[in-house]
Design a protein around this ligand. Structure first.
Ligand code: ASP
Length: 585
C-alpha cells in the first residue's frame, strides 16, 4: 500500500507514530518559516507541516505543489499548536520528512471545495473532479448504505436477487422505449427495459416466490429535476400474496431504511388514503401530508350569488392559509400572478382575509356580504388571522392548480421541513385513465395490474369506474414507489388488452410469452418498485435525483462528460444495417 493510514484516520492518540499518507493537495499555505499542506482523500483531510528551519529544500518542494497534485508523504504524527476543532483530524498534523509527487495536475476548472466556484454545467463536464467534493461523495455514500440496507432487509425476508436482461422486447410503462439495433438480426431491434415487469412476473410463474433486484430502467421521456433517462429501481415481486401482504412487507422495508440509515422511527402504521380521497382533499395522488390545508368544496355557499366565475364553474375549491390575513395587497397580487402563470394556469385567485376584528375582506365582496363570508370561514374552519384562497373551474384542472397553490403556500409558510418524513400509502387507483388525445383508455399503472375483484364485472360496461389493486407510496409529496396485484389469469389479461385497444394480434405479438406462461400454473402474485434515486435524494434532503447518481445526464439527456449521445460512423451503421435520416425538425 502506498499509505499506512487514510487522511481521515489519525487522532491525538496516534501521536508519535511514523505514518505514510497519500492523497490530493487541497491547498498549501505558506507562513514564512512553515508551509502547511492540506492532504485530502475520500476519508478526510490531514494537515502536513513542513518546517523551513528543519529541511529547507523539502519545504521548497512543498511550496511548489499545485492544487490536486497527487503526493505521498512520510512523517511523524505531532500535536498541532493551533487546533481545529471543526476537523476530525484537527488536533494533529504530520511533521513530514519525505515527499514524493506521484502525479501532477492541471489547475482544475473549478475549486474542489464545498462552496465551489463551478456552475452546474462545468461540474457535469468534469464530473470526475466534482465527485472529489464532499457533497457528491456523501451522496454516493448514502446511496451505498441504502442499497446495502435494502439487501439486508430483503435477504432476511427470503427475497432472492435475480438479474433480468437489458436487451428485451418493449415493456409498456407509459414512456417511449430506448431501442438497440441487432447486428445479427438485421432490421430488428431490442428495447431497453422500462422496468423488469414481465420478467419478474415470469419468475413468479417459475416459483421464485420472492424476487427483488436493484436494477437500472430506461425510459425515453422528457426530463425534469427528478427524472433521468436511466434510473434505478428497487424492483420486487411476491407470489401467494394479497395487497395487504405487499404493503406490510414493503412498509417494513421503508421503516428499516429510515431506522438504519437515518435513525428515524415511526409510531404505528403508515397512514393510507384512497386515490379518490387524495384527489378530493389534496388534488394530488401523492399528497404532502407534512401539513394540513386540505381542500374545501365550496359550491354550496359560493354558487348562485351572482358571481359568474363561480356560477359557471364545475367546482369552487378553497384552502385556508393559516396566519396569512395580514398579506398585503402586493403579496396578494404576487400570489395571483403566480397562479396565473402558464405552468399553473388558473384564471384568477379569490381571497378572503379573516381579520382579527371579526370582519372579512375579500376581492369578491361585491358579490358576497359579511354574513356570507362568515359562513365560508365557518365551513372551511378558518380562524381569525387566516386567509382563504379560492380557485374555481373544471374539476381536474382546478384540483391540479389548487394542489400547486397548496404546496406553494406550504413552502412559503415553512411547513415542509425536509427533516420531517410523512409517508402515505395511496390505494385503490383507477384501473384505467382516459386520454383525450388518443381517445382511448390507457392503463393507469400498467396493463398487468389487476382490477379489484368486485369491479371486474364492470370492466366492459363502465371501464372508467373500475378500481385496481394498485398502490403508491408517497413521502413528503414525492412518489417513491408503486405497484399492484397482477392479473394471473390468461382470460382476464386478454380482456384487459382488449380494453386497452390492443388487437388480438398485437397482444399476441407483444405479450404472447406472458399469456402462454399464464397457462402453466401462474400463482397469484403482486409487487412493487421503488425509485431508488428518488429515495436517496429524499433521505439526503435534496430535490434533484441527479446529485445521487455518479454520472448523471443533463436535461437534454446528454452526458456532457463523455459527450453522448453521438453519431455513429458509416461503417458501424452499415454493420448494423441501419440508415440514418435526421428530420429537419
Ligand atoms: N413495474 C412497475 C413500475 O416500474 C412497478 C410495479 O408494478 O411493480 O412502475
Amino acid at each position: 500500500m502506498l499509505r499506512s493510514h487514510t487522511n481521515g484516520q489519525l487522532r491525538i492518540d496516534d501521536l508519535g507514530k511514523e505514518v505514510t499518507l497519500s492523497g490530493w493537495v487541497q491547498k498549501t499555505r505558506d507562513l514564512g518559516g512553515m508551509t502547511f499542506v492540506d492532504l485530502r482523500d475520500r476519508y478526510g483531510i490531514t494537515q502536513l507541516a513542513f518546517n523551513m528551519d528543519v529541511d529547507a529544500s523539502l519545504c521548497e518542494e512543498a511550496r511548489k505543489l499545485g492544487r490536486e497534485f497527487v503526493i505521498q508523504v512520510r512523517g511523524k504524527v505531532i500535536e498541532r499548536s493551533s487546533k481545529n476543532p471543526g476537523m476530525p483530524t484537527g488536533e494533529i498534523e504530520i511533521d513530514v520528512d519525505s515527499l514524493q509527487v506521484l502525479n501532477s495536475s492541471k489547475t482544475p476548472p473549478f475549486t474542489i471545495e464545498d462552496q465551489t466556484d463551478g456552475g452546474d454545467e462545468l461540474r457535469m463536464q468534469y464530473r470526475y473532479l466534482d465527485l472529489r467534493r464532499n457533497q457528491p461523495r456523501k451522496n454516493l455514500e448514502l446511496r451505498h448504505k441504502m442499497s446495502l440496507e435494502v439487501r439486508n432487509y430483503l435477504d432476511s425476508a427470503n427475497f432472492l436477487e435475480v438479474e433480468t436482461p437489458y436487451l428485451i422486447k418493449s415493456t409498456p410503462e407509459g414512456a417511449r422505449d430506448f431501442v438497440v439495433p441487432s447486428r445479427m438480426n438485421p432490421g430488428e431491434f431490442y428495447a431497453l427495459p422500462q422496468s423488469p415487469q414481465t420478467f419478474k412476473q415470469l419468475l413468479m410463474v417459475s416459483g421464485y416466490d420472492r424476487y427483488y433486484q436493484i436494477v437500472r430502467c430506461f425510459r425515453d421521456e422528457d426530463l425534469r429535476a427528478d427524472r433521468q433517462p436511466e434510473f434505478t429501481q428497487i424492483d420486487c415481486e411476491m407470489a401467494f400474496v394479497e395487497q395487504e401482504d405487499v404493503l406490510r412487507t414493503f412498509e417494513g422495508l421503508i421503516k428499516h431504511l429510515f431506522e438504519t440509515v437515518k435513525g428515524v422511527g415511526f409510531d404505528g402504521d403508515f397512514p393510507r388514503i384512497t386515490y379518490d380521497e387524495a384527489m378530493e382533499k389534496y388534488g394530488s395522488d401523492k399528497p404532502d401530508i407534512r401539513f394540513g390545508m386540505e381542500f374545501n368544496e365550496m359550491n354550496q355557499w359560493a354558487q348562485n350569488k351572482g358571481f359568474r366565475v363561480f356560477d359557471d364553474a364545475e367546482v369552487v375549491l378553497g384552502i385556508v392559509a393559516p396566519g396569512c390575513a395580514e398579506y398585503s395587497r402586493k403579496q396578494l397580487d404576487k400570489l395571483t400572478d403566480w397562479v396565473k402563470r402558464p405552468q399553473i394556469g388558473a384564471k384568477g385567485l379569490v381571497y378572503v382575509k379573516c381579520n382579527e376584528d371579526g370582519t372579512f375582506k375579500s376581492n369578491v365582496d361585491k358579490f358576497f356580504d359579511q354574513n356570507e363570508l362568515a359562513l365560508w370561514a365557518k365551513e372551511t374552519h378558518a380562524e381569525k388571522g387566516d386567509l382563504i384562497l379560492v380557485l374555481s373551474g373544471q374539476v381536474d384542472a382546478t384540483r391540479k392548480q389548487l394542489n400547486e397553490l397548496r404546496l406553494h403556500m406550504g413552502t412559503a409558510l415553512g411547513l415542509r421541513n425536509p427533516e420531517i418524513f410523512k409517508p402515505l400509502w395511496v390505494v385503490d387507483f383507477p384501473l384505467l385513465e382516459w386520454d383525450d388525445e388518443t381517445e382511448r383508455f390507457h392503463a393507469m399503472h400498467h396493463p398487468f395490474t389487476s382490477p379489484k375483484p368486485a369491479d371486474v364485472n364492470g370492466m366492459e360496461d363502465d371501464p372508467g369506474s373500475v378500481r385496481a389493486n394498485a398502490y403508491d407510496l408517497a413521502i413528503n409529496g414525492v412518489e417513491v414507489g408503486g405497484g399492484s396485484i397482477r392479473i394471473h389469469d390468461r382470460e382476464l389479461q386478454s380482456r384487459m388488452f382488449d380494453l386497452l385497444g390492443f388487437s388480438k394480434e398485437e397482444a399476441r405479438n407483444q405479450f404472447g410469452f406472458l399469456m402462454d406462461a399464464f397457462e402453466y400454473g401462474a400463482p397469484p402474485h403482486g409487487g412493487i418498485a421503488f425509485g431508488f434515486d428518488r429515495l436517496c435524494s429524499l433521505f439526503g434532503g435534496q430535490e434533484s435525483i441527479r446529485d445521487f447518481i455518479a454520472f448523471p445526464k443533463n436535461n437534454s439527456g446528454r452526458d456532457t462528460m463523455i459527450d453522448a449521445p453521438s453519431p455513429l460512423d458509416q461503417e458501424q451503421l452499415k454493420d448494423l444495417g441501419v440508415q440514418v435520416q435526421v428530420s429537419e425538425e
